[in-house]
Ligand binder design. Structure first.
Ligand SMILES: Cc1cc2nc3c(=O)[nH]c(=O)nc-3n(C[C@H](O)[C@H](O)[C@H](O)COP(=O)(O)OP(=O)(O)OC[C@H]3O[C@@H](n4cnc5c(N)ncnc54)[C@H](O)[C@@H]3O)c2cc1C
Length: 467
């Protein structure tokens, strides 16, 4: 006999699972949510907010981003290699160069990292008001399948006891596998800590993907949701990335430039570009004049991810990096010394810096960088930060249709099984679509709602059939 019986069991209480729970409960279903963590919210507790289109805030600021435009942007960006019906439903159902789509959640302390945890708290509270039951510290380990349909979940309690949850529909949204280096290596080829520096949220291990594949869901590529990172940055003050992410000189280990630095603020483009270089590393270089200029006048580009553009702590950060032997930050009195310490080809870097400084007096003939970002590298000491491919985690892995129904290799839905959020996010093709910021959590919340709505309809139809 089952330990729990419900109409819909949701596996994972990140933004996807929470949105699915609220939607399904609002549509009249009995819902039970299980999560392996002790708190709800998943990786999104680290984030700031989801995408929105046609919202009152955009209208107030006269921002003209429409569903049609967003749909067209995704399809063009991915060369039509993704399911247009899924993309269409994502944008169409709920939402009347980087577009102003990111809606940072309002908190009691202003905006900033972790603001989205307030959205999760609100969804959690609302789900509980609607009667949704939550079992935390209860990891799912297997989907139950009978006569071709998914009819429940086997999970483990915090006391280590296996329990059976009987359900008419199951929605799996376990957030991908960003915390599982072995899984990432096997499925994507990236090597955590060697050429990939992703966020690696604990507990996000690919459980749901494995369970769904085992239940016969068609396997699609799992990809890193690329967002470049600085090596060794976690221990240093924010002033260091605030300076080193500015569009100054970026070279590879051959000492050559490899992109127009204007695009460095696009974390996906930067991560992809760095990932194509030898040893998957880039070097962002500034000189003392540039640092002084930023300390006096502020930085060129302020990122919403780092809403505090303060750079006054840069020198303290450099001192700290030197004292702790941080290998991601290099300081030198000459370009030759900088190249040697960083492992960059010395002669090439000297030539590149000469050439770059000439461009600063005329135009960037190499990559057509905007004149206003061209500042020469002339005054010692010189500073360099290692840029590495990184990511928010993984995306994709299971085939779904526009109803978030999981499909087999014949593209046929497996009755009773739904997936959404990062596990089912196949619509970026090979690269996270950063031109519509907030797109990741936006997909989670929206696809969660679609899955909740569809599953509620499925169980209601099933009940009618039983009568
Ligand atoms: C630092 C950081 C900042 C970010 N900022 C933003 C942002 O501002 N905007 C944006 O759009 N996106 C952002 N993202 C991405 C966004 O957070 C994710 O896309 C989103 O959280 C994915 O939602 P999800 O519900 O699919 O998965 P998750 O949020 O990862 O939640 C998955 C849940 O499943 C649970 N789980 C896992 N395995 C099991 C199991 N076996 N049984 C039961 N439960 C299980 C986990 O404990 C977790 O609670 C950010 C990500 C990171 C890491």
């Amino acid at each position: 006999m089952a330990d729990y019986t419900t109409q819909i069991c949701i596996v994972g209480a990140g933004p996807t699972g929470l949105a699915a729970a609220v939607q399904a409960a609002e549509d009249g279903a009995d819902v039970l949510v299980i999560d392996k963590a002790a708190a709800v919210g998943g990786a999104a507790n680290m984030g700031m907010g989801p995408l929105g289109i046609g919202t009152k805030y955009q209208k107030r600021d006269m921002q003209d981003i429409t569903v049609e435009k967003a749909f067209d942007m995704i399809m063009t960006y991915t060369h039509y290699m993704v399911d247009a019906r899924v993309v269409k439903r994502y944008f169409d159902k709920y939402f009347p160069q980087a577009e102003p789509t990111w809606h940072i959640v309002k908190t009691d302390q202003g905006i900033g990292p972790r603001a989205a945890s307030f959205m999760n708290k609100a969804l959690y509270a609302h789900a509980q008001e609607l009667g949704v039951e939550f079992l935390l510290e209860t990891p799912a380990k297997k989907l139950i399948k009978e006569d071709g349909a998914v009819t429940g979940v086997i999970a483990t309690t915090k006391d280590g006891k296996d329990i059976t949850i009987e359900a008419k529909a199951v929605i799996v949204c376990t957030g991908g596998a960003g915390g599982n280096p072995e899984f990432i290596k096997k499925e994507t080829g990236w090597d955590f800590g060697k050429n990939m520096f992703n966020f690696a949220i604990p507990g996000i291990m690919g459980d749901g993907l494995k369970m769904m594949w085992e239940a016969g869901v068609d396997k699609l590529p799992v990809r890193i949701e690329q967002a470049a990172n600085f090596e060794g940055i976690d221990e240093l003050p924010q002033a260091i990335p605030n300076v080193m992410l500015q569009p100054n000189l970026l070279v590879n280990s051959h000492g050559k430039r490899f992109m127009n630095e204007d695009y460095m603020q696009n974390a996906t483009f930067l991560s992809n570009a760095v990932g194509q270089q030898k040893d998957a590393v880039g070097f962002s270089i500034v000189d003392s004049s540039i640092v002084k200029y930023y300390i006096r006048n502020g930085v060129d580009n302020v990122s919403l991810v780092r809403p505090d553009p303060d750079v006054s702590g840069f020198m303290d950060g450099i001192k700290q990096a030197q004292e702790t032997g941080n290998e991601g930050i290099i300081v030198a009195d000459t370009i030759e010394e900088l190249a040697e310490k960083a492992g960059i080809d010395v002669d090439n870097l000297v030539d590149t810096v000469d050439e770059y400084n000439d461009y600063c007096d005329s135009v960037d003939e190499e990559f057509f960088k905007q004149k206003r970002y061209l500042r020469p590298i002339t005054k010692a000491p010189f500073y360099c930060a290692k840029v590495r491919p990184g990511g928010y985690g993984t995306v994709g892995g299971v085939r779904i249709n526009e109803n978030c129904e999981c499909c087999d290799s014949e593209f046929e839905p497996i009755p009773g099984l739904y997936s959404a959020g990062a596990d089912a996010c196949n619509f970026y093709n090979d690269s996270y679509m950063f031109l519509l910021p907030g797109n990741s959590m936006g997909w989670s919340v929206n696809s969660g709602r679609i899955a909740g709505m569809e599953a509620a309809e499925f169980v209601a139809d099933d009940d009618e059939d039983d009568e």
